[in-house]
Write a protein that binds this ligand. Sequence first.
Ligand SMILES: *[C@@H]1O[C@H](CO)[C@@H](O)[C@H](O)[C@H]1NC(C)=O
Ligand SMILES: *[C@@H]1O[C@H](CO)[C@@H](O)[C@H](O)[C@H]1NC(C)=O
Ligand SMILES: *[C@@H]1O[C@H](CO)[C@@H](O)[C@H](O)[C@H]1NC(C)=O
Ligand SMILES: *[C@@H]1O[C@H](CO)[C@@H](O)[C@H](O)[C@H]1NC(C)=O
Length: 363
Amino acid sequence: MLGSARWCLLLCLRQALAWQPWCTQTWQNCSSVRKCCDLSAACYEMDGTWATCMKTPCETGIHGKDPDPIRNRTNWTCRELLPEYGDQCRPGFVEDLTNGVKGCVRPTEPPLMTFYMYRATDWKKVPLSEGINAANAPGLMYYLHNEVAGHCPRKFGITRVIRYKVTTRATKELYADAQKNFGLFLQFDAAQCTNPRCKLMIDKYGYIPGCTENPHSIANYGPLGKWYSLPGQCPFSRFWEKNQTCREEEPGGFCKYPPTGERDCTFSIDWQGEITMDELTGIWNYDWWCKQPEHNEYDKLTDKGTWTNFWDGIHDPGKDAWRLARFKNIFAGKYPQWPSDLGEPVCDGTWFEGDKPPKIQAG
Ligand SMILES: *[C@@H]1O[C@H](CO)[C@@H](O)[C@H](O)[C@H]1NC(C)=O
Ligand SMILES: *[C@@H]1O[C@H](CO)[C@@H](O)[C@H](O)[C@H]1NC(C)=O
Ligand SMILES: *[C@@H]1O[C@H](CO)[C@@H](O)[C@H](O)[C@H]1NC(C)=O
Ligand SMILES: *[C@@H]1O[C@H](CO)[C@@H](O)[C@H](O)[C@H]1NC(C)=O
């Protein structure tokens, strides 16, 4: 008895002394424990004395709104500190070893960023140069769940999800604006840009990729669902209205690898596998299946399907995580020759005055 108590005293004491939180909460000091508890946040450095987990992209310079009298007068380096020494910088950042502490910074020139985008579509060949929307994996699952699964036939006749390896480079006009790599997310319907800011955006920055983050109020795919826009030829006309004249006058941003960052060459796209909705949902004869009485893939009101439970529970983080893992695993299993993940760039889409959400800095 005594022996084991003494044993515990030693062991427990040693454990207690070595104890460290395994992650840092948002707005807390992450200088030493750099893993953020909120997986959609990252640890950004002010200087050698302070770094904090924040969700919004960090802007270098003075964070004047910070209530702390030191932090609101000190320039932020905004180096992203990585949890483990061996971790790689995300797309768009380069390694930096200031003061012997490894961090990731935005380079001075617009960088090439290579990462995966996913797009849900029917069987038709997709013209990639004419303006499309796409998503990261959680963003795609969010879209399928919230907008596609509840209809028979599925919205836009969607039958498959294509994965693209996309390489982007911001124009110098965009990168001059706080070193941003994305613009405002622009909605393309039948390849026509329907956002009222579209012309303003393109005139100011060129045909730049856009990005937006999905709210967690609708579905819990995460940590961060993102939607992307890749503006193409004749952005103001629909597929069938596009003609040679406008293709020449309004060329869009699609071009051969590597994109140069000219106003009409901001992204290139490579097919990198696809999966079918059947593979994902396990419903193998969907056209017949969804027409059977009482067969419903997903009903938003009950938050359930009938004769399938694949989509049950849109807000359930565990079920959403399971579906997302299944989605990724099917790609990984079909295409072992390609990495299943290429990292996530920061969604730093720019806004115009008036659209701009209030800047949240440390606090
Ligand atoms: C933040 O943490 C670092 C490393 O543990 C420490 O040196 C520094 O003093 C802390 N900063 C503040 C303001 O507490
Ligand atoms: C920084 O915060 C302190 C304390 O809240 C405040 O008194 C001061 O005016 C702030 N400084 C700036 C430059 O905003
Ligand atoms: C912050 O950085 C700017 C630009 O590099 C510089 O002009 C300014 O003096 C710096 N301010 C402080 C307080 O270091
Ligand atoms: C080509 O399309 C543009 C934009 O839709 C339209 O304004 C123009 O009249 C068309 N030109 C021809 C020759 O059809």
